[in-house]
Write a protein that binds this ligand. Sequence first.
Ligand SMILES: O=C(O)[C@H]1O[C@H](OP(=O)(O)OP(=O)(O)OC[C@H]2O[C@@H](n3ccc(=O)[nH]c3=O)[C@H](O)[C@@H]2O)[C@H](O)[C@@H](O)[C@@H]1O
Length: 411
Amino acid sequence: MSHLDDIPSTPGKFKMMDKSPFFLHRTRWQSSVAKLAFWSLVFFGLLFIFFYRSPISNPDSSRRSLRTYSWGGPAWEKRVRSSARVRTRNGVSVLVTGAAGFVGTHVSAALKRRGDGVLGLDNFNDYYDTSLKRSRQALLERSGVFIVEGDINDLSLLKKLFEVVPFTHVMHLAAQAGVRYAMENPGSYVHSNIAGFVNLLEVCKSANPQPAIVWASSSSVYGLNTKVPFSEKDRTDQPASLYAATKKAGEEIAHTYNHIYGLSLTGLRFFTVYGPWGRPDMAYFFFTRDILKGKAISIFEGANHGTVARDFTYIDDIVKGCLGALDTAEKSTGSGGKKRGAAQLRVFNLGNTSPVPVTDLVSILERLLKVKAKRNMMKLPRNGDVPFTHANISSAQRELGTNQARICRLV
Ligand SMILES: O=C(O)[C@H]1O[C@H](OP(=O)(O)OP(=O)(O)OC[C@H]2O[C@@H](n3ccc(=O)[nH]c3=O)[C@H](O)[C@@H]2O)[C@H](O)[C@@H](O)[C@@H]1O
């Protein structure tokens, strides 16, 4: 484009050029034709450069530039197939969405370890430091799990994945997590937890064979319930946050797709999951960071200095529950978008069954870090938090073939 620098930017400058000795004896008419020819050349030149460099002339690069994700092509398909290949008798092939997330990484690794085919999908969004997601990706890559970079809202990508691999199961863990962030960015919750989920179900319902789907709901659906422990039969119509509302909406959407299309669907209500490779937006993570920095931490308390507590659940127990749900999931009954019979629809709590006060969590951290925390006690803000959670997991223990209670505690 450097030649464009020589082009005069104003008509005045052009007139100056007309007065040069070269043009001196030309007529006015000749000068106009020259001007016209010159500017036409410039115009067509620019037009050419625009179309030559524009993505429109190359559909592949256009797709990449618009969606910022790169996928497709024979080498990519080969990686997808290889990652999803089942390597054991009776193994299953699972599409794990949110595979670079905390729970997604652990579940993908566990499935791969036992010989199942696993393909990850993740959009690597920057809700928290993406370098942590990249490290999890590297970890999974070493064990043979390929993570496709893309969004669950990308219909053509999802269709392509099902064209390349006839997945038997989908482990849907991609979501906008975090209770308090919903007040800052509500659209992100609607985009991932509602629109993205519907998009995924649309593709699953049309797939042939239809996969069985296990997906992450949340303990937050119990909202402002006071009856403890929380049982799957309890009411879940009083969400305290938009996050909870989108997860509850997911449960209703699951019901619809099960009812109309015969999709086998299992929702798992996770209770405040913690462990290695955990999420930096969660309290145990940033409390640790701030205690080590000598920064004060805000500890929430209920009315009249009441205790705020969580049924903190160790990641290994959650992984057991996820695998148990996949293993006991019945096949979807539909095909090609048509229901052929009643299909399985389930919801399970996955929790530790013994709530721990947040003040105790801080004491444990102090003991392990050997640093005294600067505690700033404050009233539970009205930002989506609930005072306590407590899971009844008898249904999961009975039906998922896993006794996950008390395997691992905070200490
Ligand atoms: O189980 C769930 O359904 C949810 O668990 C967590 O949400 P939360 O239980 O709020 O977990 P944290 O953000 O780690 O908070 C843990 C506890 O610390 C308290 N907290 C949090 C932040 C803070 O500054 N101070 C404080 O006392 C919270 O009130 C809560 O009782 C996850 O972040 C959600 O994505 C998940 O769905």
